[in-house]
Ligand binder design. Sequence first.
Ligand SMILES: NC(=O)c1ccc[n+]([C@@H]2O[C@H](COP(=O)([O-])OP(=O)(O)OC[C@H]3O[C@@H](n4cnc5c(N)ncnc54)[C@H](O)[C@@H]3O)[C@@H](O)[C@H]2O)c1
Length: 278
Amino acid sequence: MERFEGKTAVVTGAASGLGRALAGRCVEAKMRVVLADVEVEPLKKAEEALLERGGDVLAVETDVRKLDSIENLHAKAIEAYGNVHVLFNNAGVASGGALWEQTPAEWDWALGVNLWGFAHAVRTFIPGMIAHGEEGHVVNTCSIGALIPMPFGGAYNVAKAGVLALSETLFLELKIADARIGVSVLCPGLMSTNILESSRNWPEELGPRPPDKRDPAEFEALREMMAAGMAPGAVTEGVFNAIRADQLYVLTHPEFDAMIRERMEAILDRRNPALPGM
Ligand SMILES: NC(=O)c1ccc[n+]([C@@H]2O[C@H](COP(=O)([O-])OP(=O)(O)OC[C@H]3O[C@@H](n4cnc5c(N)ncnc54)[C@H](O)[C@@H]3O)[C@@H](O)[C@H]2O)c1
């Protein structure tokens, strides 16, 4: 897909961090943008900021965990702009702690946002994107955590491994279907966003959020590393280049390449993974 002007993008998780940067980059490209997020006030602020920049944008409160909420997002996008061309599945929440310590509610939340949200959006948006026949693209925000073993991420890495598989499969299925829709799976390392504050979006319906199980010193070290991470705005150009080039894998942090290679070789050599840092 080469032309963006006048096309419609839908961005989930658009109120903060990477989603907000992607929405801004879409406005720069003169796209019409539907901003989706579960957090109402920041969503309104993101919409206002982009309207002030002259953007043609629409905010739709959305909980990506819920199929009916994604269907409402789709209906609002179609009603406002007609066809959708680029779908950014980006909303995400972080989780932490050893896998055996995760409660069913924590699994429900982390998989709900980070995996079911993507599945619901694919089911809801792709048929219309195929039917209108114009060029389109799906960008799934995954994580470096899907490519290298990262202990103590709770259900997060499990969900992101699912997003990687979903993206690879969707890429092939759309080619086989002869659809004019590309797929990119974005696998960033650390970015300076609000993701460590994810519990602000813990859904009340799941009961009280269980206390964070991460080691406080390690959590603080992670917070410092994230603050020094890549600015989300530095990632967006690579994403747009990948859309233009119909490039599936989008890796933003080359310092992880050696670890990815080691993981792939360990699989092929039938070797166990090394402990991190050893
Ligand atoms: N920050 C990093 O270091 C990093 C690294 C790799 C991948 N990622 C991925 O980047 C994506 C964006 O995260 P970010 O880092 O910008 O974090 P962020 O917290 O700044 O933004 C995430 C957005 O998702 C929204 N959201 C959460 N639950 C939602 C729900 N149920 N429905 C709709 N929206 C919801 C939040 O309100 C927020 O606006 C996520 O998929 C994340 O996993 C982040």
